[in-house]
Design a protein. Structure first.
Lengths: 147, 95
């Protein structure tokens, strides 16, 4: 067992208290349209070539958005306490990671070292950013054991 | 497995193909993603060893960027897409 994750055979269960689950259930709303006002999740492989960027956008369409929505559905399933294969925790971990990126954008975090420079309890979103980092690290440790 | 032949004819070079092969996938540093997570993503997506993934992660962290894969444009864009799905900031460069 690694923190909130329990491994049984090839299946993993996530378990935290009801209050913590309530907080986590608010995470997908962070990622809804408009949540990422800073555009931190608007990636392009061709940032300096508009023609190539357009071709790429036409090629992939909204594939990334669909994958993110599928991850969020899995995230909610994991929160409901359903055990699943490692892929479910991978999706859970991606949603947490996206939420952290969006939160960092809202908080104006631009450079490394912010953890030691900021009072993590001073702002609810900063505290959430830290806690989600703890959960993501625990998920990485759990999945790494299954490699 | 098999042994190598004694003589190999010089293969014809498809210049367009050669041009298309030379793309590199660059992962850039960001202040949010955990080091442990980046190592895991590189292992998961590219099959790198833990040691190689850790070395690449540290290169990203210390130097701001690292080349994590390369190949034809289609492969490089797919690799980039998978990295974006995992929340890593990745771009392509033609060599």
């Amino acid at each position: 067992m690694t923190g909130p994750f329990t491994v049984s055979g090839d299946r993993i269960t996530f378990s935290v208290g009801d209050d913590e689950k309530d907080v986590l259930r608010s995470v997908p709303t962070l990622l809804e349209i408009g949540g990422d006002a800073e555009g931190r999740l608007d990636y392009t492989p061709h940032p300096d070539d508009e023609e190539a960027a357009t071709r790429y956008r036409d090629l992939v369409g909204d594939d990334l958005a669909q994958m993110r929505r599928a991850d969020q559905a899995t995230f909610e399933m994991v929160l409901d306490g359903e055990s699943g294969p490692p892929e479910t925790i991978e999706a859970f971990m991606r949603v947490i990671g996206e939420a952290r990126i969006v939160l960092a954008g809202r908080l104006g975090i631009e450079d490394d070292g912010w953890e030691s420079e900021m009072d993590m309890q001073a702002d609810p979103e900063l505290a959430l950013l830290g806690w989600l980092g703890y959960l993501q690290d625990a998920a990485v440790e759990t999945l790494s054991e299954l490699f | 497995m098999t042994i190598a032949p004694d003589r190999v004819d010089q293969p014809e070079v498809d210049e367009d193909h050669e041009t298309a092969r030379s793309w590199q996938v660059v992962v850039w540093n960001d202040p949010v993603n955990l080091m442990s997570y980046v190592v895991w993503v590189l292992r998961k997506l590219f099959g790198h060893s833990k040691e190689k993934s850790t070395r690449l992660m540290l290169q990203v962290h210390n130097e701001g960027r690292a080349i994590v894969s390369s190949g034809p444009l289609e492969k490089a864009e797919l690799d980039c897409h998978r990295l974006h799905h995992h929340g890593l900031w990745a771009t392509l460069e033609q060599t």
